[in-house]
Design a protein around this ligand. Structure first.
Ligand SMILES: [Zn+2]
Length: 419
């Protein structure tokens, strides 16, 4: 009986697949098939982008030029301009190909993109230049990604685990792959945590703490899910040792952490949780307001540890004091990419803002409400947006955001509709 049930289930699955492939294609969808073929000994990835379309839907792709890209060639017309290359494909589609020299040093230090004989670790954005499209009104891409790998290699991305990968971002008409990719002879551990399918992946023979990482995430991600209700369905963490850059970097639904980084540093901050916060917050800041995203990521990486009891209240207080001491080296909050002292200063601002929101609302609201407001706002944030949302919560402009508290920031006043 059990055998029979399994058979029925399997046949059911087959039937569904057949039905799917027989569905008529949307007349406004054009097929983009990307194939990444790494050549480890040359540190090069060959990329093929094939366009199939029933008629002229995609009319032009504008790809940003990148010094790492060479040998770009394609069907139709290829027009090179100073900062971008324009591809005008034939009406029924065609193929565009290029090669990418992957290795890239971060600030002359370790590599934030790497491909060598043993493994590759880079972002999809490193091998597919950012692009915009000109297409028939309403047309959109149906994008898939495949890999042609050396024998014995496997690959982990932010997308589904095996087979042909569907790249689908409902917010975009032109879908191109994004996020961290690791390839080689890999060790991968997967777990379902707080509704997220988490993968920790990296080359075998590198001292990657896969289960330590999953343990820390089992403690902290449920709390993160309470702060940020709409977490992505998947989180992919890629890691490797040298010659990678010794830090952490986030990308869409994925992040990189050097294998030697502790999961929690001696000062009780966590690079891993800091990068996860960037991924969960999902917004960026306008020029000169980098302190907002960096400060929130750092503030919440400590909060996640404190609220879950991963660090004691005393250690949390000591960590905040360490940051307050460090922040004295900051001469300003606004301006440029947030330095360590600037971010430490920002953590203090958010701590005071949280206390003020709690006081003003008799504990009804906290900084978490403000953070959810920023996430709902999305895309780019700045001090004005931060102040407007805070004002909406407590009914007046918070003292914590008065210009005297924010060195180097221009004075702002609440916009009329939130007053
Ligand atoms: Zn950061």
């Amino acid at each position: 009986m059990r055998v029979l049930l399994v058979c029925v289930a399997l046949c059911g699955a087959c039937g569904t697949q057949v039905a799917d492939s027989e569905e008529p294609a949307d007349p406004l969808a054009y097929q983009l098939t990307l194939v990444f073929e790494p050549r480890p000994l040359d540190s090069v990835v060959d990329v093929t982008m094939r366009l199939d379309q029933p008629r002229s839907l995609l009319r032009e792709l504008r790809l940003r030029n990148d010094v790492r890209i060479s040998r770009m060639r394609g069907d139709g017309d290829l027009i090179r301009e100073e900062s971008l290359t324009r591809w005008l494909p034939p009406d029924d589609g065609g193929t565009l190909q290029w090669s990418v020299a992957v290795p890239h040093r971060r600030n002359g230090d370790g590599y934030d993109a790497w491909l060598g004989a043993e493994f590759g670790l880079f972002r999809a954005e490193d091998v597919v230049p950012r692009a915009s499209s000109r297409a028939l009104k309403g047309a959109y891409s149906d994008t898939t990604l495949r890999f042609r790998l050396p024998a014995g290699w496997s690959v982990v991305t932010q997308y589904q685990d095996t087979g042909t990968i569907r790249v689908d971002n409902p917010e975009r008409r032109l879908d191109l792959p994004s996020g961290w990719i690791v390839m080689g002879e890999l060790g991968v551990r997967r777990e379902q945590i707080a509704g997220m399918r988490v993968a920790v992946a990296g080359p075998v023979n590198h001292s990657i703490r896969r289960l330590d990482t999953l343990a820390l995430l089992n403690w902290t991600l449920p709390e993160l899910a309470r702060i940020v209700p709409q977490l992505p369905a998947r989180l992919t963490i890629v890691s490797a040792g040298d010659p990678m850059w010794r830090g952490g970097l986030s990308a869409p639904k994925s992040l990189f952490l050097h294998a030697d980084r502790p999961l929690i540093s001696e000062n009780a901050t966590s690079t891993l949780l800091h990068e996860i916060m960037h991924m969960a917050l999902g917004f960026d800041s306008e020029h000169d307001h980098d302190w907002i995203v960096e400060g929130l990521a750092e503030y919440y990486s400590l909060q996640l540890l404190a609220r879950t009891g991963s660090i004691s209240a005393a250690r949390h207080a000591a960590a905040e004091q360490d940051l307050a001491d460090w922040s004295r080296d900051a001469t300003r909050l606004c301006g440029g990419q947030s330095t360590g002292p600037q971010t430490a200063l920002a953590v203090g601002v958010f701590s005071r803002l949280d206390a003020e929101i709690r006081d003003s609302t008799s504990g009804e609201a906290t900084l978490d409400d403000l953070t959810r407001g920023l996430i709902a706002r999305g895309e780019l944030v700045n001090l004005q947006i931060l102040a407007d949302i805070a004002t909406g919560i407590i009914g007046h402009k918070p003292d914590a955001l008065h210009s005297g508290q924010l060195p180097g920031c221009r004075n702002i006043s609440p916009t009329p509709e939130t007053q």
